[in-house]
Structures are given as structure tokens and as C-alpha cells.
Design a protein. Structure first.
Length: 392
């Protein structure tokens, strides 16, 4: 009697089933096994310096040139690439080694993997802070590639993995099917009847945790420098989620991050137009120079800064007040007799400064102080609407 022996069956007649493989026979991805950053190793055979880029490329299954270009770009942007590379070299073992350089130096023992994850997470946060601190350079990065990458994962990568996982499942050998000891008849169970694999939330939880740390670090940095933009916070979170999605294309279980990445990308698009999330009317009437802030931000609506009630206007001389608004009207009232320099920019709309007007698109209107002595500088930037500066 001819037999049809499936590759997944050991050919024994004891009715037992072989333990499922953690990897397909062709080395294909196994959705049941969640790879972590602790699985990554530095390359020994394809290295320019420490083998970090080649090892990361092998872990992500991409061309090493891509990783090297990214590291080079991040090195130019606030030396973030150097932070990431040096940390990875110090914390990741080389191929064939069980211990990293950090483990050898500090005798970490069984705590090495935990310290490795924490150290790489901290390095990522420091790199993000370095990028943010470099005068907003990351906004030149095409952020729209993130939702495109998410859609690619949703409609290309994920369906392909589902097709790979829809192969028929081996049915255990049933002795009643044949008396011969050397015969095994294997039937195929449709994939629809196979138990569904439950997704793991480990990648999502880890990504959100790192994003929270990165946002907190960015907020602290902004507070120390007196300028915290919500655009920076969204961009940092989106960057972390983008990395999580990239890791998800390799280890799986990244589906919950797709919707979050799209939402953050849309929020970043909006925030590029609106310097702040505020809506409606914002009116500031300081009573003395100490109450005049260095920067005022507004999203949509009316922003009014009334300096006519300042009791000590001479204390404003030599200072710069920045106004950042998105859509609407920005109005500044300055007291008569106070030396003021106006530097105004408007993408579309009308600017009126002390009776002088310009309108259209890409408008600029600068007014210098008449006396040539130290003056109060009012720096106004707005997207769409009107800017008005008057004396009272």
C-alpha cells in the first residue's frame, strides 16, 4: 500500500505529533515567535567599523546600504547616528558571541539582556533629543512616508503572511486508517478550521513605552530652553511608532501601530500649519514687562497682544517677543513712544503695520525703529489670515 507521508510527520506509528517548528523549512517568518532586539547581533563578515549596520540590516532583512545611509544622515542631524551606533556596538554581541562588550566590562551576567534593552531604549531617546535640539531639522524628513509604509504593511506584507500561514495543517495519524505499521495516511485540515494564532501586544506596549519616554524627554528639553512645540512632541512620537512599524514588518504583531501611525502622521500634517492646538480667541494684556512672554503661540482664531497697559515699557527695550499663529488674525497693540521694530511674515493674506500694508502670498513687512537705539523687537510668523500692528 502506497503511503502519503507529510514532511511534518515523523513516520512513527505511535500517534504522537511532532512539536511544531518555530521556523518554516525554507527559513520563512514564523508568526508564533516574537523576535526581540536581544536577537540582533553585530556582523563579523560584513563590517566597515563595528558591524552594527550590517547586523541591523540582517536582523531587519534589508540591504546594509539602507542602514548605513540612515546612520550617516542621523550623524549629520545632531550626531544622533553616533549615539545610536556607539550604543549598539557597546550593547550588542557579535555573531557567535554570547556576551556584549558591556557584559565583558561590567560583568552583567544574567541581567545582560534587560540592560541591553534599557540601554538601547535610552540611546534612542537621547538620539531623538539630539535631533530635536538641532533647530528642528527633522521636519525636512518626508513624514508622509510613515503612513505609506503603514499602508504597505497593511495591504502587502500582512496579506502575504496570511497566505503563508494558510497552508494546510497536518492531521495526527489515526491508527484506524490502516493496519500496516509502516503506513501513515495523512489528511489535510482546511486552514479555516485551524486555531487562530492570538496576536501579541508586546511590540505595541514596548513601542508606546519608548514613545512616552521620548516625549517626556523632549518636553523637558523644550521647557529648559523655553520653547516647547506640540509639533516636536508629535514628531518624536511618530518617529518611535515608525521604528515600531519597521520592527513589526520583521517580528510581526505590529497591526495595532498602523492606525496610530496614520493618526500621528495626519496630526503632524496639521501641526505643520498650526503652531499650537489652541482655537478661538486668545488675548494677553500684561500689566508689566515681567509678564510679557518671550513666545506666544496660537492655532486658529484671534491672537491679541496688548502692550499698552505695561507700567514699565522701558524694560521691554532690547527684548524680542515672538508670535506664532496658524490661521486667523494676529493683532499687536504697542504704546505710543515705545521704540519698536517689527519683523512680520505671512504666507497668505494681508499685513498692516503702522498704516503700511502688503497683501497676497509670501508677504513680508519689516519696520525699523526710528531712533536707532535699542528697541522692542516683535517677530510675527503666521500661515493664513491677517496681521495688524497699531499704536495706541
Amino acid at each position: 500500500m502506497d503511503s502519503a507521508v507529510d514532511l511534518g510527520h515523523d513516520g512513527n506509528m505511535n500517534g504522537t505529533q511532532e512539536t511544531p517548528r518555530t521556523e518554516g523549512p525554507d527559513g520563512s517568518f514564523d508568526p508564533q515567535r516574537l523576535r526581540t532586539i536581544t536577537d540582533m547581533r553585530r556582523s563579523k563578515d560584513d563590517r566597515l567599523l563595528g558591524g552594527v549596520c550590517a547586523g541591523a540590516a540582517r536582523y531587519l532583512n534589508i540591504d546594509p546600504v539602507i542602514v548605513r545611509v540612515v546612520i550617516a544622515a542621523l550623524t549629520i542631524i545632531g550626531f544622533a547616528g553616533i549615539i545610536i551606533y556607539a550604543s549598539a556596538w557597546f550593547l550588542l554581541p557579535a555573531e557567535g558571541d554570547d556576551k556584549s562588550t558591556a557584559a565583558d566590562w561590567f560583568n552583567l551576567g544574567k541581567n545582560e539582556e534587560k540592560i541591553r534593552v534599557i540601554g538601547l531604549a535610552v540611546a534612542g531617546v537621547l538620539a531623538a533629543v539630539a535631533v530635536i535640539g538641532n533647530n528642528g531639522t527633522p521636519w525636512g524628513i518626508p513624514w508622509f512616508l510613515v503612513p505609506l509604509g503603514a499602508l504597505y504593511y497593511l495591504f502587502v506584507v500582512r496579506p502575504r503572511r496570511r497566505r503563508e500561514g494558510s497552508d494546510a495543517v497536518d492531521h495526527p495519524y489515526d491508527p484506524a486508517l490502516g493496519p500496516a505499521a509502516d503506513t501513515a495516511v495523512i489528511t489535510k485540515v482546511p486552514a479555516s478550521t485551524a486555531p487562530r494564532q492570538r496576536g501579541s501586544w508586546a511590540l505595541t506596549v514596548l513601542t508606546l513605552s519608548i514613545a512616552a519616554i521620548a516625549v517626556a524627554a523632549t518636553r523637558i528639553y523644550g521647557d529648559l530652553h523655553g520653547d516647547t512645540s506640540w509639533t516636536n512632541l508629535i514628531a518624536v512620537m511618530l518617529g518611535v511608532v515608525a521604528v515600531g512599524l519597521l520592527v513589526g514588518t520583521v517580528v510581526g504583531h505590529g497591526s495595532p501601530l498602523i492606525a496610530l501611525g496614520i493618526v500621528l502622521a495626519l496630526a503632524l500634517a496639521v501641526s505643520s500649519l498650526l503652531p499650537a492646538a489652541s482655537l478661538g480667541t486668545q488675548q494677553r494684556v500684561p500689566s508689566d514687562a515681567a509678564q510679557v512672554d518671550r513666545t506666544y503661540r496660537h492655532g486658529i482664531g484671534l491672537l491679541t497682544i496688548d502692550l499698552t497697559d505695561v507700567s514699565d515699557p522701558d524694560q521691554l527695550l532690547g527684548r524680542t517677543v515672538r508670535l506664532r499663529s496658524g490661521i486667523g488674525q494676529t493683532k499687536v497693540l504697542v504704546p505710543t513712544g515705545l521704540d519698536v521694530e517689527i519683523d512680520s511674515r505671512l504666507d497668505a493674506g494681508q499685513i498692516s503695520v503702522f498704516g503700511r500694508q502688503v497683501d497676497g502670498t509670501d508677504n513680508e513687512l519689516d519696520v525699523s525703529a526710528a531712533t536707532g537705539r535699542p528697541a522692542l523687537t516683535v517677530d510675527i510668523r503666521q500661515r493664513v489670515g491677517t496681521i495688524e500692528v497699531v499704536r495706541q
